[in-house]
Design a protein around this ligand. Structure first.
Ligand SMILES: [Zn+2]
Length: 249
């Protein structure tokens, strides 16, 4: 007699959710799965946030739509990717027209099991020559870096002229100026001041200016508003999230 298939706990949970949220109200722009709605996610239980299949969040689906809209990956591209998100790593590492460099300061923390190695890279001292990358993806990294000016100048240095990048950060639009205090070093203190124990600042409305000062031509793109409210729900997008599209001219 044939043994019944054995599923991991993760797989069982996923199947259960797929059954619970069966439907066609929302569609994931990354894996194309459809559901009645996406799952809740985050400390404040954001509704309609996480894809039950690939795990993508609002920002991943927005960026993916943006990358496609800008035709970033239409041609052969040398791509540098900091803190590589699994959903993107899986696409990029198997894409034939990409020369892909996933990297992080702590590559050992990644257990994606993919064939492509994640390089150990300090964003304030990027070990590549000037003008090397066509495209750089660096999402939710700079808020962890004490000297973010140096990190931004390094991103600028290794980007090719006419190259581009997307550099998303958690941003508090109620703040005119970025709030940082490097004397706060404890986990508890950082959690209280910056909302997360390993963040070193709250970026404010001047985030764009910080990037501009380093030489980037920055488009603070309200791309999400090109979608109707119904479409924003359907694709599980955050209506407040802007895309920081940075070019080196
Ligand atoms: Zn998905």
């Amino acid at each position: 007699m044939k043994n019944p298939p054995i599923f991991s706990l993760k797989e069982i949970r996923k199947r259960r959710k797929e059954k619970q949220f069966k439907g066609n109200n929302v569609v994931c722009s990354i894996c194309n799965a459809t559901y009645s709605k996406f799952g809740v996610f985050g400390k404040q239980d954001r509704p309609n946030a996480q894809c039950h299949n690939c795990g993508s969040l609002e920002r991943h689906r927005l960026i993916w739509k943006y990358i496609q809209d800008k035709n970033v990956l239409e041609h052969t591209v040398r791509l540098l990717h900091f803190a590589p998100e699994k959903v993107f790593y899986e696409i990029f590492s198997t894409s034939e027209n990409l020369e892909y460099y996933p990297c992080d300061l702590y590559p050992d923390l990644y257990t994606y099991g993919g064939t492509m190695k994640i390089h150990k890279v300090d964003i304030t001292e990027i070990p590549f020559e000037d003008n090397y990358f066509d495209f750089i993806l660096c999402n939710h990294v700079l808020e962890h870096i004490e000297n973010d000016h140096l990190a931004m100048s390094e991103l600028y240095r290794v980007m090719k002229p006419s190259g581009s990048g997307i550099f998303q950060v958690p941003l508090d639009y109620n703040r005119e100026h970025t709030y940082e205090d490097l004397s706060i070093t404890s986990k508890k203190g950082r959690l209280k001041a910056f909302g997360q124990k390993d963040h070193v600042r709250w970026y404010g409305q001047d985030y764009k200016d910080r990037l501009t000062k380093m030489g980037f031509q920055v488009t603070e793109d309200d791309f999400v508003s090109t979608f109707s409210a119904e479409e924003q729900f359907k694709f599980g997008l955050d209506p407040k999230e802007k895309v920081y599209w940075c070019k080196k001219c």
